[in-house]
Design a protein around this ligand. Structure first.
Ligand SMILES: Cc1ncc(COP(=O)(O)O)c(C=O)c1O
Length: 396
């Protein structure tokens, strides 16, 4: 069959082979400590589960409005009013099947063929391919020498007449970096100056560990408000990855375009999950606070242990649930006949010789690093890091 150029242009996941190997080892009974997961290891809080069950029992089992129920859009509006003093009307909000779907809708709505979207690396794996699927061109910006953050100067240096947007992700997957208000304001100034769009992926906004609260870039004034598409969702904050609810807020015209696209592709998000998401946004946040406390303790433990390992650099992440250590000082070495020349080799050695699964940095566009998720128990974290430390000492 002759596939489309679009399909052929998709980058196959660079970690597929590693994932397959992990599954193979697990199937043969090997005890793997997995640091690969991208979702909270907690259950969805009980009151949210109950709201989902009540939704089914109460007959909320039909199509809803394309951009989501008014009830959920109003709950989202209420959150942004209360937390960020931002005002949005219901026609400025769209609910989608996960934040990933909102992001894809956004790129489809803003990109013409050949439009450039600046993607800071390390990036979340899906950004470049989403941009390509929408006909755009991802322009990768290396941020590894600037604390994994976009600087105004670096952004300006990449802006061309074809630049359509910048995608920003704070807290970041994979680096855990969190922008300060001052840094966000400086980036917003460049967005406004060059009249481009900011796609702000705030999906990890509830998972910040240094006591600072969520700052939404759209709240800095009208100029940036009308150029920003804010993307968020319930997946990470409320341990609801399987419910598939994400959302976006932005100017009316872009939300309308996204809703039109969504209406022809997936109709609407799940009616049941939308009811559960209302309970999440409006209900008791105690379980979220408890989850954040645990993530914070794991973050401190994991980053301190990694930082103390010989040849590893791991500044403490400030948010999300990942550590992103630099491991390239091991490139050129080998262990038990396995040569290590890049992040895939490093991860392969860790999997095969230490039975721990981590994600090669090349998947995120930064080959000198690997990603470890601490969305797993403290006990597993300790065990996995012990194994890692032991293997590092054998690398010569
Ligand atoms: C940075 C980032 N954005 C968006 C998403 C997608 O979230 P959702 O599960 O709501 O589609 C993820 C999920 O891993 C993510 O890491």
């Amino acid at each position: 069959m002759n596939l489309s150029k679009r399909a052929k242009n998709i980058t196959p996941s660079p970690t597929l082979a590693l994932d397959a190997k992990t599954k193979e080892l697990q199937a043969s009974g090997v005890d793997i400590v997995s640091f690969g997961v991208g979702e909270p290891d907690f259950d969805t809080p009980l009151h949210i589960q109950v709201a989902g069950i009540d939704a089914i029992r109460g007959g909320h089992t039909r199509y809803t409005a394309g951009p989501g129920t008014l009830e959920l859009r109003n709950a989202i509006i209420g959150k942004y009013k209360a937390e960020c003093s931002l005002t949005y009307a219901p026609n400025q909000v769209i609910v989608s099947n996960g934040a990933k779907h909102s992001l894809y809708n956004a790129f489809l709505a803003i990109c013409d063929d050949g439009d450039e979207v600046v993607v800071p690396a390390p990036y979340w794996v899906s950004y470049p391919d989403m941009v390509k699927l929408a006909g755009g061109v991802p322009v990768i910006m290396d941020t590894t020498t600037t604390d994994f953050k976009v600087t105004p100067a670096a952004l300006e240096s990449l802006i061309t007449p074809r630049t359509k947007a910048l995608i920003l992700n704070s807290p970041s997957n994979p680096s855990g970096a969190v922008y300060t208000e001052k840094e966000l304001r400086a980036i917003a100034d460049v967005i406004v100056k060059h009249d481009i769009i900011l796609v702000s992926d705030d999906i990890y906004e509830a998972l910040i560990y240094d006591g600072t609260k969520y700052i939404c870039v759209a709240s800095f004034g009208d100029d940036i408000y009308k150029r920003t598409i804010v993307v968020n969702g319930v997946s990470k904050s409320y341990a609801m990855t399987g419910w598939r609810i994400g959302y976006a807020l932005g100017p009316r015209e872009v939300i309308k375009a996204m809703s039109d696209i969504q209406s022809h592709t997936t109709s609407c998000p799940s009616s049941i999950s939308q009811k559960a998401s209302v309970a999440a946004l409006k209900g008791d946040h105690g379980p979220v606070r408890a989850m954040v406390e645990q993530f914070k303790a794991r973050c401190e433990y994991m980053s301190a242990r990694l930082q103390a390992m010989p040849g590893i650099e791991c500044p403490k992440p400030r948010g999300a649930f990942y550590c992103f250590p630099k491991v390239s000082s091991y490139y050129g070495k080998s262990v038990d006949g396995l040569e290590i020349n890049n992040s895939v080799d490093f991860s392969t050695a860790m999997l095969e010789k230490a039975h721990i699964a981590l994600v090669a940095g090349s998947a995120f566009g930064s080959d000198d690093y690997v990603r470890l998720s601490y969305a797993t128990s403290m006990e597993k974290i300790k065990e996995g890091l012990d194994r890692m430390e032991k293997l590092l000492l054998q690398m010569k």
